[in-house]
Design a protein. Structure first.
Lengths: 366, 512
């Protein structure tokens, strides 16, 4: 009698705690596998040498000092937005309105630069710009939070919709302030006077932004892990019932945290407008508000890990762009490479938590 | 069928989760026409073992034989094919469907579905074993015991003749338990094999033919029920002798502490949860609250703790000098700042009392993190408290940085109770403090509660095991559908009396 063995071929079970190097090894293996998979895809579709492609990616990111500075500037802004959304995420408040909060912060900054440009001394102006950006971003975060706390509205939809409102507001004011009339854009604000431009440190245009975000990263880490407010955020995120049980005012924590989250997004908008771009457009946030969601999740909401994950995403993006121009390939090819690499890295998280075991007694009964 | 061939034979079964063994080399036989009680402490692997039989888990090692034939059970479907049906602690029913619809859900029968035929077959099963089920009643209209009946009929409908019940009596009144036992006895005489997982010794003695004991994932042994007694079984289960007496020290100088008067509470959707409830809890006394689950106990405790909106009535805290403070309309923070040291062990331990993903230290901090003016938290105090609770209450944990979710039910409860007692309360509210705990942990909790009583704390103990309520409490308030059905003296009340009062206000036998 032949009995069909229908025992599962692969069993999935939770891993025991890995030693500290375990997760690192698994992630490293994922990257190696991802590069190998990309190599196959590259050769199959383009006939190019994959090593050359990788080299191009590297030079796209680090090729010249200027490229390296741009890389770090992009990391800084992305990291800033990621840090901003993190407290909300820990609270399980799915703020996907970072894009709009950035835009509105940038708009407030630009408004101050245009309207108060030559009327105030520069340090005062910059102070007012900063406050306006924080307030505008905070307001944009507070509105969905208040509605959530009061009427339990869905924060995901609400913050998403707020993005469109912010974009349309920016579009409106771009026409109001367009220079020259009919151009449909604002152009560089205060190009001659440089009023409201953030000061440069030496000859490094981006260094100030990078330093500000570095300090912010450390501060956010301490806030989340050591402060009473950070603890409250974690409790509310884990269980609102527990929070009420110990007397935490849940609604107040939600609103307070979203004001912080929105204000920090506003800060990112401020750094972009006052620090580097010196103009405002509807696309200035460049999708960072959404990429930040991935940065924050991939880093497990840990600000220190976010340095790595934001680096990874910006590196891939810069590298992909370089491949497209250098090899005359469609820009989508770079995105395919990025997609493959991200797939492997996100997929590797599964293997950190679970292990697979092949059926042991296969063939034993035969 | 040959009586000597076991219906199910588990041979040398092992299973581990993330390196932690849940079952190690367990061998166990289950016979037809017999009720087997599976006993063991929390985390001893009873449920895991049975889950492997019902196809939810797959064993790492070992062999399962059905009627002497080796089989492989890798899904619940396989289990059904071999006639194995399991009734879980948490029911798996669709609320908006009727009993009959739930029963046929997921079955793939040929031809069109004929609900009348299904209802007829359901009625047949009910008559055969003495169930009472209306096939056309919706699940959301049913009591817990009716839902359980539907679960049992569901597996019988699918032709199960090996039934596994995981703590079936935890949610039933004594009268409902009796009914269930009668049905199970009927099934036994019709030749079905029945396994019942339980913690309650008197049920094991009343119902089972044979007892199998697990301890820390290993099979300790099996004995015929008639040849053993509660003390012996407990010793086997725990691995060393334990005493099974609950102390009831005399209340010392009882003074009114909490006065509840005319309390009326509605749930958010307007359902009356408590109606005109009045009683007094005294210091140095344990006040028991008995009632079918869901008839207002939760709302009552949460109202006292400042977590529940109250429609009418008053809850007053009485100071030693006789002055009274109203607690209604205050949140937990305000109650604390009034100087009322009120501790609350809620029913939902990980969803309310603790944060599952946080470690022991951070959970200890929940009550105290606001202390001091610094914006930063101080984890030294909570860490010391955690270490102290672990040591004094014998909490089994890999360390203070382990998320409490990873610990077993008994250890989770010890941490919660330990934290609540640590703040030296004057009032201690506990809801189902020993639900799901094994004997050993339960007795530790009873002892802790008694110590609080002797220290002059007014204890309110909401319980479900009437035997325990009768042994532990000085007075017992019986709730029925949100009303006070009566207040009894714990020393003189009987189980039957309470059971009747739980189902009818005043306890008279009007509608039987």
């Amino acid at each position: 009698m032949s009995k069909q063995n229908n025992a599962p071929l692969i069993q999935i079970s939770k891993r025991r705690e890995l030693p500290w190097y375990g997760p690192i090894a698994i992630r490293a293996a994922a990257i190696v596998l991802a590069l190998a998979a990309c190599a196959v895809v590259t050769t199959a579709f383009t006939g190019e040498n994959p090593l050359e492609i990788y080299h191009t990616m590297w030079t796209g990111a680090f090729g010249t000092p200027r490229k390296t500075w741009i890389l770090f500037q992009n990391i800084a802004i992305l990291l800033c937005v990621s840090l901003a959304v993190t407290p909300a995420f820990i609270m399980r408040f799915w703020n996907i309105g970072a894009e709009g909060q950035m835009l509105i912060g940038g708009l407030a900054t630009a408004a101050c630069m245009i309207l108060l440009g030559d009327k105030l001394p520069n340090p005062v102006l910059i102070g007012i710009m900063l406050l306006a950006a924080l307030a505008a971003g905070g307001l944009w975060g507070a509105i969905p939070a208040v509605c959530k706390a009061r009427w339990n509205t869905n924060e995901t939809l609400f913050t998403l919709m707020m993005n469109y409102v912010a974009t349309q507001l920016v579009a409106f004011f771009v026409i109001v302030w367009e220079v020259p009339k009919g151009a449909g854009k604002i152009g560089i604000i205060n190009q001659t006077t440089e009023a409201g431009w953030l000061p440069q440190i030496g000859s490094y245009k981006y260094l100030l932004n990078i330093l500000i975000v570095a300090v912010l990263t450390a501060a956010m880490y301490v806030y989340l892990t050591r402060s009473k407010q950070g603890y409250e955020i974690a409790v509310v995120g884990q269980s609102q019932r527990t929070a009420r049980y110990v007397g935490i005012k849940v609604g107040r924590v939600i609103v307070r945290t979203m004001i912080l989250s929105g204000a920090l997004c506003g800060l990112a908008g401020f750094l972009l407008v006052a620090g580097t771009d010196h103009t405002i457009t509807t696309t200035i946030a460049g999708g960072r508000g959404f990429t930040a969601v991935m940065v924050s999740w991939l880093a497990n909401f840990n600000p220190i890990n976010m340095i790595l994950t934001s680096f990874l995403l910006v590196f891939l993006e810069r590298g992909a762009g370089e491949i497209a121009t250098n090899f005359g390939l469609n820009h989508s090819f770079g995105d395919i490479i990025t997609g493959i690499i991200l797939f492997f890295i996100i997929g590797s998280e599964f293997f950190i938590r679970y292990q697979l075991r092949l059926r042991k007694n296969a063939g034993k009964e035969a | 069928m040959d009586k000597n061939t076991p219906a199910v034979s588990l041979q040398n079964i092992s299973k581990s989760f993330g390196g932690v063994p849940a079952n190690e080399h367990v061998s166990l036989d289950i016979y037809r026409g017999e009720i087997l009680a599976l006993l063991g402490e929390n985390g001893s692997g009873k449920t895991t073992l049975m889950n492997m039989l019902s196809g939810i888990y797959f064993p790492d090692e070992g062999q399962i034989l059905i009627d002497g034939e080796p089989v492989v059970i890798s899904s619940p479907k396989d289990a059904f094919r071999y006639g194995i049906g399991m009734i879980h602690q948490h029911f798996k029913l669709v609320d908006v469907l009727t009993a009959a619809e739930n029963i046929v859900l997921g079955l793939k029968e040929k031809g069109r579905l004929n609900m009348e035929q299904v209802a007829g077959r359901v009625k047949e099963i009910c008559e055969q074993y003495g169930f009472e089920v209306d096939p056309n009643q919706k699940i959301y209209d049913m009591s817990v015991s009716q839902k359980q009946t539907v679960e049992i009929v569901k597996v019988l409908y699918r032709g199960a003749d090996i039934l596994i019940l995981d703590e079936p009596t935890a949610v039933l009144t004594p009268q409902e338990t009796e009914k269930l036992f009668a049905v199970l006895r009927n099934m036994r005489s019709s030749g079905k094999a029945i396994v019942i997982i339980t913690h309650k010794m008197h049920e094991v003695e009343a119902l089972s033919d044979r007892v199998a004991v697990l301890n820390r994932g290993r099979f300790v042994g099996d004995v015929m029920t008639r040849d053993t007694n509660a003390q012996e079984m407990t010793n086997m289960m725990v691995g060393h002798p334990v005493t099974l007496n609950i102390q009831r020290p005399e209340p010392k100088d009882p003074k009114p502490r909490i006065e509840v008067e005319g309390l009326t509470v509605r749930s958010e959707d307007g359902v009356l949860k408590l109606e005109d409830v009045s009683f007094t809890a005294r210091s140095g006394e344990i006040l028991g609250i008995a009632g079918i689950s869901g008839c207002g106990q939760k709302e009552l405790l949460e109202a006292i703790a400042g977590l529940q909106k109250v429609e009418k009535g008053s809850i007053r805290f009485v100071e030693d000098d006789g002055s009274r403070d109203e607690l209604i309309g205050k949140d937990p923070m305000e109650i604390t700042s009034m100087g009322v040291a009120l501790s609350f062990v809620p029913e939902d331990r990980l969803g309310m009392g603790l944060v599952g993903d946080m470690d022991l230290t951070d959970n200890m901090m929940l009550r105290s993190f606001r202390e001091g003016h610094s914006v930063f938290t101080d984890r030294n105090g909570p860490r010391k408290l955690a270490a102290q609770v672990v040591k004094e209450l014998g909490v089994i944990t890999p360390g203070l940085t382990t998320p409490v979710r990873r610990l077993s039910g008994g250890n989770v409860q010890k941490i919660l109770v330990g934290r609540e007692i640590a703040s030296a309360p004057t009032v201690l509210l506990t809801a189902y403090a020993v639900r799901g705990l094994d004997i050993n942990s339960s007795y530790t909790i009873y002892e802790l509660i008694n110590k609080q009583k002797q220290a002059g704390v007014a204890v309110v103990y909401v319980g479900e095991d009437l035997d325990v309520l009768l042994q532990l409490c000085d007075r017992i308030v019986v709730l029925c559908g949100g009303k006070v059905s009566g207040i009894l003296d714990g020393k003189t009340a009987t189980k039957n009396q309470i059971g009747l009062m739980m189902t009818t206000v005043g306890g008279t036998r009007e509608h039987e």
